[in-house]
Design a protein around this ligand. Structure first.
Ligand code: PEP
Length: 250
């Protein structure tokens, strides 16, 4: 049985006061026992979130980290720093990091290694742009991102990895991939893992979908055979919407 996971990527939203309010609302909600729920607040609110959620099943993830262990990297945050404030996992390869901060597959492979060495779980994001899909190149983009960023890890390390398929054209646009498009790509991702790392392992890896998931469309997306949950942006900023998504599994 693969883990069902719903993770909320808050992006650069919520100062401390807003974080306190959202945490308070989230803690009022009942979390289903069979769903792992994670929030990814900005760096400044990670420790506060961890302390606030200490006796609560919601886990705390970071949205990024630096690939080096320490040193002269002004403005950056290391894996050890994240661990020291209670963070359990980190989102790597989000399309906004790839596009605005020029993070490429080679850099992401380094970040993956560092995160795994520090026993942080990794939510590894992959996704094609609209142009790729129009040219029918979307499968190739996903294959390359997986091969160059992730497939070098050891079999043992896969236990710490979750994949999030996020077509760039569906992120923050209100345009969701159709359930058929999502299933088709998730099946492809699982096939790629099977070919590179074995079918038993492929069956065990949770693959999340991200891109304009809302309470209204989550149920249909989560009913697809190879979809194990979602990475949620906008809708994770409202406790009720986020929890409606968490409860949308069939
Ligand atoms: C995201 O940024 O990971 C995301 C899926 O955003 P949204 O849900 O807002 O499209």
């Amino acid at each position: 049985m693969r883990k069902k996971i719903v993770a909320g990527n808050w992006k650069m939203n919520n100062d401390l006061a807003q974080t306190e309010l959202l945490l308070k609302d989230l803690k009022k909600q009942i979390i289903p026992e069979d769903v792992e729920v994670i929030i990814a607040p900005p760096f400044t609110n990670l420790h506060h979130s961890f302390v606030s959620l200490r006796d609560h099943p919601i886990g705390v993830a970071a949205q990024n980290m630096h690939q080096s262990n320490e040193g002269a990297f002004t403005g950056e945050i290391s894996a050890a720093m994240l661990k020291s404030v209670g963070v359990e996992s980190v989102i790597l390869g989000h399309s906004e990091r790839r596009a605005y901060f020029k993070e490429d597959d080679a850099l992401l492979a380094e970040k993956v290694n560092t995160a795994l060495e520090h026993e942080l779980d990794v939510i590894f994001c992959i996704g094609e742009e609209l142009e790729d899909r129009k040219k029918d190149g979307h499968f190739n983009v996903i294959k390359t991102q997986l091969e160059n960023g992730l497939f070098h890890i050891s079999e043992n390390n896969w236990k710490q990895v979750v994949i999030a398929y996020e077509p760039v054209w569906a992120i923050g646009t209100g345009e969701t991939a159709s359930p058929e498009q999502v299933q088709e790509m998730h099946e492809y991702i699982r096939r790629m893992i099977a070919e590179n790392c074995g079918s038993e392992l492929a069956e065990s890896v949770s693959v999340l979908y991200g891109g304009s998931v809302k309470p209204e469309n989550a149920g249909e997306i989560f009913s697809q055979k190879d979809v194990d949950g979602g990475l949620i942006g906008g809708a994770s900023l409202d406790a009720e919407s986020f929890m409606a998504i968490v409860n949308a599994f069939p």
